[in-house]
Write a protein that binds this ligand. Structure first.
Ligand code: ZN
Length: 273
């Protein structure tokens, strides 16, 4: 099935060797519709220069990455996390990003249950600032291998619970196939997420077999064991019609020629998404 590149978004981290302005030029030239911007990429260029580059580009900013890291056994650290997130929301607004993606965090010194309560409280505390800046927040559930320090929210069911408990349009969910593909409740939870109006973003890549690194060995769609077209069909049935965002952290791909890599992303998007 051929797909419109206007609905393809690529995270700036995917083509990390390219500066943000270079990535914008390359994506625009290829006809790609969207970009998600990692804070490092914006900061490397300078926030105002990054905002200008975005403003002059035909590529739409889909999200800013990443806020979160709410839980801590230390109250001072939890308060600092809120300040850091407010700053991220401010930066997202400067860049014209409508969404801030949250890697919610986990505190190994306490239970995941306690960490999830702190995540919910943290997001609730940010809602007025997010609303005032026109930036929505997306909880991204992470694969349970990251439950030690990166996220106490590891299934879409848990993310749905938290988003529904918050119950504010300012907070929703980013569904990433890399983190959620293994879950036998995924189809039902995607349906639930869509029905409650909480499906804000859809991230794609693949799980390579064998995986050589738990962070930096993500594959292109079609290279591994994730049925991306099937999950995409669930997401679309649930009412999602936003961007398909390619998010690949890969030492292997960062080492290759990025023009060639971009061609392969587009090919994989057409053939395996
Ligand atoms: Zn993601």
């Amino acid at each position: 099935m051929s797909k419109d590149l206007a609905s393809l978004c690529i995270h700036s981290i995917t083509t990390k060797p390219w500066s943000l302005d270079k990535a914008l030029d390359k994506f625009a030239e290829a006809g790609i519709g969207g970009i998600s911007i990692w804070q490092d990429a914006a900061q490397a260029l300078g926030l105002n220069a990054a905002a200008k580059a975005v403003e002059h580009s035909s590529v739409e900013v889909v999200s800013y990455v990443r806020g979160g890291f709410f839980p801590s056994h230390s109250e001072a650290a939890r308060l600092k996390a809120l300040d850091d997130n407010k700053k991220m929301i401010d930066e997202a607004a400067v860049l014209g990003a409508p969404l801030l993606v949250l890697v919610c965090g986990a505190e190994p010194q306490q239970s995941l249950f306690e960490s999830r309560k702190q995540i919910q409280a943290g997001i609730e505390a940010l809602i007025p600032h997010a609303a005032a800046n026109g930036v929505k927040l997306a909880i991204e559930p992470l694969h349970p291998m990251y439950a030690d320090t990166r996220s106490a929210i590891n299934t879409l069911g848990q993310a749905n619970d938290v988003a529904e408990a918050i119950g504010d349009v300012q907070a929703g969910i980013a569904v990433d196939v890399y983190h959620l593909w293994w879950d036998d409740h995924l189809e039902a939870e995607i349906k639930r997420c869509g029905e409650n109006g909480n499906l804000y973003a859809f991230h794609i890549c693949d799980w390579r077999v064998p995986t050589s690194d738990m962070l930096l060995d993500r594959g292109l769609m079609g290279e591994g064991c994730i049925d991306v077209p099937l999950i995409r069909s669930w997401v679309e049935t649930a009412g999602f019609n936003g961007f398909n965002e390619v998010e690949i952290f890969s030492n292997h791909y960062w080492a290759m020629d990025q023009d060639e890599f971009l061609n392969r992303i587009i090919q994989a998007y057409h053939d395996h998404s």
